[in-house]
Design a protein around this ligand. Structure first.
Ligand SMILES: Nc1nc2c(ncn2[C@@H]2O[C@H](COP(=O)(O)OP(=O)(O)OP(=O)(O)O)[C@@H](O)[C@H]2O)c(=O)[nH]1
Ligand SMILES: [Mg+2]
Length: 351
């Protein structure tokens, strides 16, 4: 869910990379990570299984420094594509402002591409959102394969609505930034249409967004991105390990919360999943308190966090037993709360 902090002139939006298993969603996020200046991105957080399949989600916070008078923060997520992880996909999709659908150009993958697009439509519908009206771009990925499905066929089957689409090769990075930039333009246009982002009255206010979020936005993003480095498969960075890549949750935390958030990360790191759930609960309670007095449900509401998720965390913590996915859910929720807290400009700096 997007939030706009008019005082801080900051827009936060959530983008989800969706698609069938093994289509290249995680690889796409890694290439985006490689292509963005370190000062404008957080750490890439990945929760893969031993076989490098996404277990829960991948997460990358990105800051597009200024769009007019606003700075834009993006929370980029991937979902696990494997069919049996639908509950996780629904959760990660919740509150998304736009989707990059990563389709697989392998001829054997067309059924899964269609099923995944239908699954996206169903999952959005559960949140009352119609896919035809939702900001969407499509990557036809793995175009480097020797015999990819012809582009016209992929378009006919997956893109009847004619949304912006791109031929990509996530392993080399070709086309992935173009797709992401196109989606950001659609998201900002959509937020303006819904009046989430205020329409400027004077030309001097929010100048880049005023011109349809188009060329100016792209120029601004381009300005803040390094030229994508082509990565050959043998120099591709190693997949982030479950253990080494968890520091970024703490990187999202304001100073007052770093210790409890670190504690949650450390518990995950040591495989103590119940302690991780408990530590996340503690950190979330402290984070929600910045939104004012009152019960956690009311505080969550004020921050725009889904109260049902906070309740689900309470239930998991009370069960006295937790698995890896309970801990991953808790870290996910903690990240949501921290992102919203930042977007709301909380806690207010003392000087
Ligand atoms: N040839 C080729 N291989 C690719 C491309 N993109 C990804 N791959 C490979 O496809 C495999 C799966 O990539 P992932 O990025 O892990 O796929 P995913 O969509 O995140 O998969 P799940 O997490 O299981 O949903 C890996 O071996 C990648 O190296 C591409 O553009 N071309
Ligand atoms: Mg993945």
């Amino acid at each position: 869910m997007s939030t706009v902090n008019v005082m801080a002139r900051e827009i936060s939006a959530k983008v989800v990379f969706y698609g069938p298993g093994l289509s290249g969603k995680t690889t796409t996020l890694k290439r985006i990570y490689d292509s963005i200046k370190p000062s404008l991105r957080g750490e890439l957080m990945s929760l893969p299984t031993e076989a490098d399949r996404t277990l829960f989600f991948d997460f990358l916070p990105v800051r597009v420094e200024r769009v007019g008078e606003y700075s834009v923060r993006l929370a980029l997520y991937t979902v696990p594509g494997q069919v049996f992880y639908n509950a996780t996909r629904k959760l990660v999709l919740q509150g998304a402002d736009g989707v990059v659908f990563v389709a697989d150009s392998n001829p054997g993958a067309m059924d899964s591409n269609r099923e995944s697009m239908a699954n996206l439509e169903e999952n959005l519908a559960e949140h009352g959102i119609r896919l035809e009206q939702f900001p969407l771009v499509i990557q036809y990925n793995k175009r480097d394969l020797p015999d990819p499905v012809p582009l016209a066929q992929m378009r006919a089957e997956l893109n009847p609505r004619g949304v912006p689409d791109f031929e990509t090769c996530a392993t080399s990075g070709q086309g992935v930034l173009d797709a992401m930039k196109a989606l950001i333009r659609l998201v900002i246009k959509d937020l303006r249409a819904k009046r989430v982002v205020p329409t400027p009255k004077k030309k001097t206010e929010l100048p880049a967004l005023q011109r349809d979020g188009g060329a100016d936005l792209e120029a601004q993003i381009r300005e803040h991105l390094d030229a994508p480095k082509p990565v050959t498969s043998d120099e591709a960075p190693p997949a982030p390990s479950l253990r080494a890549s968890l520091g970024p949750v703490a990187a999202l935390a304001p100073a007052a919360l770093i210790d409890p958030v670190r504690a949650a990360e450390a518990c995950f790191d040591h495989g103590d999943y119940l302690a991780c759930v408990t530590a996340c609960r503690e950190a979330i309670h402290r984070a929600l308190a910045f939104a004012g007095d009152g019960p956690p449900g009311a505080q969550a509401y004020l921050l725009g966090v889904d109260g049902r998720d906070v309740l689900a965390l309470e239930t998991r913590a009370a069960q006295g037993i937790a698995r890896v996915d309970d801990a991953a859910f808790s870290l996910y929720l903690l990240m949501q709360v921290l992102v919203r807290l930042t977007a709301a400009g909380l806690p207010t700096p003392t000087h």
